[in-house]
Every structure is written in structure tokens, then in C-alpha cells.
Design a protein around this ligand. Structure first.
Ligand code: XMP
Ligand code: MG
Length: 231
């Protein structure tokens, strides 16, 4: 797989990265504005990503390191804060259990007024998808007239988000948007759901950490990692 990560020129590049083939991005005047490095090299340079030797035996590799998550969450929160500036209060709807860590970090970076609530949806057991979605725990208050932001951990087939989006939209919020931590690059594009804010596109593998789990395991890892198919 050919994965690359775009870095700003201000990021400290490790000697590993400097030794690999660098592709620079330039603006219209030919100034260097960024650099693209192979993701494997970039991951090696992440201090908070354990080397494969230090990974739990269930795990294959780190896909997004803790530092990168932290930076991305700050960027998303800044974007959201700016987009909703002056709008009033933002109603964050976190989807349990997977989004609780993402939501906690994101909400604390917001500079606009906001409240937090949660929903729990039936998720398919282990790694197969049925497409059927059920509400296990609903919001405590009506959201009519509220500016709603759905905060979800991962988009796979898109069935969960598509169902949720339609369900909440029917409750007549003033506005409704989605903020998704990760989206899988799948052979079939996900169901038709608007993604307004996205953390990371990731490969089409089962991932754990930063809220994501496999049968409730590995949920509180600080990074996002691929889990072995045999687990
Ligand atoms: P759909 O297919 O409805 O799936 O977009 C979204 C829900 O499926 C779960 N899911 C995962 N959970 N690692 C996880 O921990 C994964 O790789 C993964 N893929 C899908 C998750 O509950 C999400 O809300
Ligand atoms: Mg989930």
C-alpha cells in the first residue's frame, strides 16, 4: 500500500525521514510549503508510537500515533470553533462507546459554548456488519432548534451514521453536521452521509485504540492501531 503523510515544513523531521525520498509541495511561486513522506517513515519518527517490537501481540502496527491524533483534534476543534462562532451553543452528540475519548478531547479544545450528550446505538458483534441499527440509549433532551454536531469514532459502511443522521434530522435541529474521527478507505464507498469534519482516512482494516475496540479490548490505547485478523 502506498500511503503518504503531508507534513508542514516546520515539523521536525527525523534522520530516518530525511534519509528517505522527500517530495516537496510548492505554492504557485515555487516556494516550498510542505513535504510528503512515506507514512512508514513518518510513523517511525513518532515518539508516541511504539515500535512494532513494543506493540501488544494482538496488534499489527500503529496507524495513527498519539501525537498526530492530538494535533488533528486541535485543528478540528479550531475549525469547528471558527465555523460556529456567533451561532450560539453547540450541541455535541457523542456516540457510545467508541467516541467517548475523541469527544472528551475535542470538546475540551472548543472555544465556543457547547453542551455534551450521548447516544448508544446497537453495533454489530465483533467484525461483521449487518446494516441494522437500533437506538439503545437516546438523548436526554429534544434537540429541536439546536445546532447539533454528531461525534462518531469511525465510518465503515456508513450505515450507522446514515441512520443516525436521518433520525436526528427528523427532530428538527437548527442545523446538523458530523465530525468523524476516522473513515475507512473501502472498495465500496460508504452510504450517502455528509462528513463535515474528518480526522483521518485509514486503511480498510479493523482498528483499535483511542476509543475504538475489538470486543471491548484495547479501547484506551493512546494511538490507533491495526489489530490482527486472528485475534
Ligand atoms: P458502519 O459500517 O455502520 O460502522 O459505518 C460503524 C460502526 O462500526 C464499528 N466499527 C469499528 N469499530 N474498529 C472499531 O472499533 C473498527 O475498525 C470498526 N469498523 C467499524 C463502530 O462501532 C462504528 O460505529
Ligand atoms: Mg461506534
Amino acid at each position: 500500500m502506498n500511503l503518504f503523510r503531508q507534513l508542514s515544513l516546520h515539523e521536525k523531521l527525523s534522520e530516518d525521514i530525511m534519509g528517505s525520498k522527500l517530495q516537496f509541495l510548492t505554492d504557485e511561486f515555487g516556494n516550498r510549503t510542505g513535504v510528503v513522506v512515506p507514512i512508514e517513515e513518518w510513523q517511525k519518527s513518532q515518539p508516541s508510537s511504539p515500535s512494532s517490537a513494543d506493540l501488544h501481540p494482538d496488534l499489527v502496527r500503529v496507524i495513527v500515533g498519539a501525537d498526530e491524533i492530538h494535533q488533528r483534534v486541535q485543528t478540528l476543534a479550531a475549525q469547528i470553533s471558527s465555523d460556529y462562532a456567533g451561532v450560539g451553543r453547540l450541541y455535541l452528540v457523542g456516540i457510545l462507546k467508541g467516541a467517548f475519548i475523541f469527544l472528551a478531547d475535542l470538546a475540551r479544545e472548543l472555544s465556543i459554548p457547547h453542551i455534551v450528550d450521548f447516544m448508544a446505538l446497537s453495533s454489530y458483534g465483533k467484525t461483521t456488519t449487518s446494516g441494522a441499527v437500533r437506538i439503545l440509549m437516546d438523548l436526554r433532551e429534544p434537540i429541536e432548534g439546536q445546532h447539533v454536531l454528531i461525534v462518531e469514532d469511525i465510518l465503515d459502511t456508513g450505515h450507522t451514521l446514515s441512520y443516525l443522521y436521518r433520525n436526528l434530522k427528523d427532530r428538527n435541529p437548527a442545523s446538523i453536521r458530523t465530525c468523524i474521527l476516522t473513515s475507512k478507505r473501502r472498495p465500496n464507498p460508504p452510504a450517502d452521509v455528509p462528513i463535515d469534519y474528518l480526522g483521518f482516512e485509514i486503511p480498510d482494516v479493523w482498528v483499535v485504540g483511542y476509543g475504538l475496540d475489538f470486543a471491548d479490548r484495547h479501547r484506551t490505547l493512546p494511538y490507533i492501531a491495526e489489530i490482527k485478523k486472528t485475534v
